[in-house]
Design a binder for this molecule. Structure first.
Ligand SMILES: [Cu+2]
Length: 324
């Protein structure tokens, strides 16, 4: 059994090769190109490694004839000099051409455009609609399958990095700069993204989801998101305003909830997760987040609300959960 020790972590390692956050299970054009680049270089270096090991073994254990062959001038120059120079140059040319043309294209004919801003420790998402208006949401991107989506990546505080391994390579979000990334999903489905640059205490709890839908589903989603909040009256809405949440959060349609410090909550109930994928999206999660956001996410910019009673927390949670 002891011998199995190191092997027993193999399944765990292999798990990293599939699923919603796997670079080697591509669901996007750029991730597909990166996958091909990876397999090409890995296969090539694997073959070279086997060749070098075989040559070494033969040199040690082989007979005189094999040794003479291996130490011949022609073999040393051919396999030791010409082959590496030619093959590495070919790999370099392939890598550079893949990177400049297909990975991170500079221009695109994208119709869908959005800006994603990294903030400690969540993602502000702003869609720039065809009619010139902007539509803000958070911690979730929905994109149409097969179409190019042009993202502008920015930061509001420190350096973050935007990475959805199954869709594309990672691009840093740098304060004062706008970086570009073109996403193109090749199949529908949900992919998970994660901040890939250490950005402070809760960095590991800064994730998000990208949902690729067909064009009809995408248009329907966009239309629903553009609507004002489903509920803007009643006990929940009043408690939200009275608790001062509106100073940091916008709920479109709810007067005096126009803050922009935190995520737009107009349709928060419709998101796949809460607080940048730190929690599932359900009423209990809303309540525990509001009661003590810093227990869930140490250092969170949202203050805890321990003074609210259980009943008040339930009312607030029910209200936010209903904002679909
Ligand atoms: Cu980070």
């Amino acid at each position: 059994m002891r011998r199995l020790g190191p092997m027993s972590c193999l399944p765990a390692l292999l798990l990293g090769c599939s699923g919603e956050q796997a670079a080697l299970a591509p669901r996007g054009a750029e991730a597909g190109e990166i996958g091909r680049l990876f397999w090409t270089t890995t296969t090539f270096t694997g073959v070279v490694l086997v060749g070098v090991c075989a040559a070494t073994l033969l040199a040690i254990a082989g007979g005189d004839r094999v040794r003479n062959l291996l130490s011949a001038r022609r073999f040393v120059i051919g396999a030791g000099l010409v082959f590496p120079i030619v093959s590495l140059l070919m790999l370099l040319a392939y890598g550079l051409s893949a990177m400049t043309s297909r990975i991170s294209p500079r221009t695109s004919d994208a119709v869908v455009r959005a800006t994603v801003v990294g903030e400690q420790w969540w993602w502000r998402v702003v869609y720039h609609l065809a009619d010139g208006t902007r539509l803000e949401t958070a911690n979730e991107l929905v994109i149409p399958v097969g179409e190019q989506v042009a993202l502008t990546l920015e930061s509001a505080d420190v350096i973050h990095s935007f990475w959805v391994p199954s869709l594309a390579g990672k691009v840093d979000m740098i304060p004062g700069r706008s970086n570009r990334l073109v996403l193109q999903a090749t199949q529908p489905g949900v992919s998970r993204g994660q901040c890939a640059e250490y950005c402070g205490g809760a960095h590991a709890l800064m994730a998000f989801h990208v949902t690729a839908r067909d064009r009809v589903g995408f248009d329907a989603w966009l239309e629903a998101q553009a609507e004002p909040a489903a509920v803007t009256e009643g006990e929940g809405a009043a408690l939200f305003v009275r608790s001062g949440c509106g100073a940091c959060h916008t709920i479109r349609g709810l007067e005096s909830a126009v803050g922009t410090v935190g995520p737009d909550l107009t349709h928060v109930g419709s998101r796949p997760t809460l607080a940048a994928a730190a929690l599932r999206n359900d009423p209990e999660a809303f309540a525990s987040w509001i009661r003590d956001s810093r227990h869930v996410k140490p250092g969170s910019r949202m203050p805890p609300y321990r003074m609210l009673t259980d009943r008040e927390l339930g009312v607030l949670a029910g209200y936010l959960d209903g904002l679909r």
